[in-house]
Design a protein around this ligand. Structure first.
Ligand SMILES: Nc1ncnc2c1ncn2[C@@H]1O[C@H](COP(=O)(O)OP(=O)(O)O)[C@@H](O)[C@H]1O
Ligand SMILES: [Mg+2]
Length: 292
């Protein structure tokens, strides 16, 4: 196959791992920075040009779109889609999954459990919003945050209102979420490829921290998941229209709650923790799909 990995940085672990897996299976693979792709649009003629070179004869693209480049990344994917080139991530699914708000809305609407979440655009008095939550603490998070940055645990009585005020004033979109204290700083990452769970791990926040992100100093270990957790993860990925995804869940008193679904999930954490060749599984899925 002639494959293109859309990635801003060829040195990233995930990009390297995918390229290696493709080459191991004797495919031709290029790493293309989607931010430097030019899109030429004319009737019945959509061209993607990279540093002046037209990208042609591609069998599939594997988009790895960073959080700061979602819109341009989606436009580049759409250009390939409309040319009939197979993509492991559709532009529509990327846009649905990317922000925490749209992801929660879509999953909750389908009946999947999520932490109770409130978003308000025009409030200056937060008390009535905060009164919707039972625990003394709430989680406030930036809608477009990643790596745990902009995720804050706040005391309802003393801190939450002023944090919301500050975000509002600085025009940062945020949401208020029920704090799931019983998950004790851990969450579960379930990695899905083509409708199958290919690996799962538990991430635990470091001492004194409630965010389990590895970027925030969390640690990870292999973790078996229950049939219910598996079922919920597969449903979430299906509803969002994703083929490759990392589903993050909190284990709560009322069962698994979906925190977010990552459409360009990193491979480093899951591959080094589980020792499973996830990149190889991704390439096998593309081989199988394209052969049909
Ligand atoms: N409602 C919550 N209750 C308990 N812990 C939470 C909650 N929301 C987030 N966390 C913790 O914070 C981490 C980061 O939150 P998340 O929403 O995944 O943001 P990011 O996209 O920045 O990773 C999660 O992995 C989890 O450990
Ligand atoms: Mg997260």
């Amino acid at each position: 196959m002639n494959l293109v990995i859309l990635s801003r940085n060829p040195a990233l672990y995930s990009t390297q791992s995918l390229a290696r897996a493709a080459r191991r299976k004797h495919h031709y693979v290029r790493i293309i920075d989607y931010n430097n792709c030019d899109l030429i649009i004319e009737e019945n003629n959509l061209i993607v040009s990279y540093h002046g070179q037209v990208l042609e004869d591609i069998d599939a693209i594997i988009p790895r779109i960073g959080a700061s480049y979602t819109n341009y990344g989606a436009a580049v994917i759409r250009q390939f889609e409309e040319k009939g080139i197979y993509t492991t991530l559709s532009s529509a699914a990327l846009l649905k999954a990317r922000d925490k708000l749209s992801c929660s809305q879509l999953l909750a609407a389908k009946g999947l459990a999520v932490p109770k979440t409130i978003v308000s655009n025009n409030s200056i008095i937060y008390e009535h919003l905060l009164n919707n939550f039972q625990e003394d603490k709430v989680v406030i998070k930036l809608i477009n945050g990643t790596h745990g940055i902009g995720v804050i645990l706040a005391d309802k009585a003393t801190q939450a209102g002023s944090i919301l005020e500050a975000f509002n004033k600085s025009k940062q979109k945020s949401m208020i979420q029920e704090f799931i204290s019983e998950s004790k700083g851990s969450d579960i990452r379930i990695f899905v490829v083509d409708g199958e769970v290919v690996g799962s791990m538990k991430r635990q926040a470091r001492e004194g921290e409630f965010r389990s992100n590895l970027h925030r100093g969390g640690s990870s270990k292999v973790e078996p998941i229950s049939e219910i957790e598996k079922d919920v993860a597969l449903k979430a990925v299906k509803y969002l229209g994703l083929k490759i995804a990392g589903v993050d869940m909190l284990r709560s008193k009322r069962g698994p709650l979906i925190l977010e679904v990552n459409a360009s999930p990193g491979l480093e954490g899951i591959e080094t923790t589980t020792r499973i060749d996830i990149a190889g599984k991704i390439i096998s899925y593309i081989e199988k799909t394209i052969a049909i």
